[in-house]
Design a protein around this ligand. Structure first.
Ligand SMILES: Nc1ncnc2c1ncn2[C@@H]1O[C@H](COP(=O)(O)OP(=O)(O)OP(=O)(O)O)[C@@H](O)[C@H]1O
Length: 353
């Protein structure tokens, strides 16, 4: 079932300078603090970083799903599924008609806990058919046929029977397949997957990743995939966005990130991937220290207290420069603030982290 999408150069989604803060009694939590990234048409962009870096809050900001006491306080999220003018999602009422049509219709999301996302009170079929009828002008029978087709598409055996099952009768992997079927029910242009395999066992994880890759290739949709697992990134990404403490520290194509990482944080993340055949006695490198809480952000480069390459009097004092090497290739680090050091075509952007 290949979909034809209008091809033009603008990215499907362009997040620019997004700031989403939580105004808690204890103070302001700058969970997302100036994030810029783009999702091109038909590509999979992975957002990677340790827990607490702001990956989920970035994703939830796109769909107007930021929990209280959070608020988008700055930035733009340009959404352009067709050839017309982009809509800035930050300007839409999160509970309004337009956002409700976009959410689940044009942009869908799957979450980490499939069991928690499905209601135990209704059958799989009820929940799938409800989503289909919400977004597509189909009668009951047609919606039921489409529901069966959707379950078949995500690899659920005997889909007609499974329509009458409840989530608690299915395994975690099957529930995640159902969630993916619901997410894709209205053929969205963008699927946001927030750690969709983290709660699953390793074999099931691999199957779900394969499924998402196949569905992406079949439909031509774009995918924004959030994970802390660089092994998963290697499997599925076209482009990678590395986040640290509410900011994007590096962006690049998947090969560039794995073979030519520029930010010490990216390097450290790569050093912590378990490798096949590395030898049972070999200890895995871990990144020293922890991600500080966003309300307690260090001065200068947020990564400097954990960085082996940090320069005293520089990294602990000044914001790192944003160095742009190409459209989807950039790094925020003073180590590359020198043409001779990196070579090639680069410029230092005026914008600061
Ligand atoms: N409702 C909230 N109130 C206050 N702070 C919040 C709230 N939701 C998220 N945060 C804070 O925002 C920061 C970013 O959280 P986020 O969930 O986006 O991180 P993440 O990178 O997705 O991590 P994980 O992989 O653990 O989900 C965290 O420090 C978190 O404590």
């Amino acid at each position: 079932m290949r979909q034809m999408r209008m091809s033009h150069d603008e990215p499907l989604l362009a997040i620019d300078g997004l700031k989403t803060h939580f105004f808690t009694r204890e103070g302001t939590v700058r969970a997302v603090d100036g994030v810029s990234l783009t999702v091109p048409r038909g590509k999979t962009v992975c957002v990677v970083g340790e827990s607490g870096c702001g990956k989920s809050v970035t994703a939830r900001s796109v769909l107007g799903l930021v929990d209280e006491p959070g608020r988008i306080i700055d930035g733009r999220i340009a959404w352009q599924p067709g050839a017309g003018e982009p809509v800035d999602l930050t300007t839409l009422d999160p509970k309004g008609e337009r956002m409700r049509r976009i959410r689940g219709g044009e942009i869908s999301m799957v979450f980490q806990e499939p069991m928690a996302s499905l209601s135990p009170m209704y059958t799989i079929g009820d929940q799938l058919i409800e989503t289909i009828r919400l977004h597509l002008p189909l009668g009951k029978e047609e919606a039921r046929d489409r529901a069966v087709e959707q379950l078949r598409r995500v690899g659920i055996p005997r889909p007609e029977e499974r329509l009458d099952a409840y989530s608690f009768q299915l395994s975690g992997g099957m529930c995640q397949r159902v969630m993916i079927a619901i997410a894709l029910a209205a053929d969205p242009a963008l699927l946001i997957a927030d750690e969709p395999t983290t709660a699953l066992d390793v074999t099931t994880q691999a199957r779900i990743i394969d499924l998402l890759r196949d569905l992406q290739a079949e439909t031509g949709m774009s995918v924004l995939f959030i994970t802390h697992d660089l092994g998963v990134v290697a499997e599925i990404a076209d482009e990678v966005v590395v986040m640290y403490l509410g900011t994007v520290v590096e962006r690049g194509g998947v090969d560039e990130i794995f073979h030519d990482p520029k930010h010490p944080y990216t390097n450290a993340l790569l050093g912590s991937i378990p490798r096949m055949g590395a030898g049972a006695g070999r200890r895995l490198a871990t990144i020293r220290g922890n991600v500080p809480h966003p309300s307690d952000r260090p001065a200068g480069c947020p990564f400097h207290p954990r960085c082996d390459a940090a320069i005293g009097g520089v990294c602990d004092v000044s914001d790192p420069p944003h160095i742009v090497f190409g459209e989807a290739r950039s790094v925020r680090c003073v180590l590359h603030d020198d043409g001779a050091a990196v070579g090639g075509d680069f410029r230092v952007d005026g914008e600061r982290a």
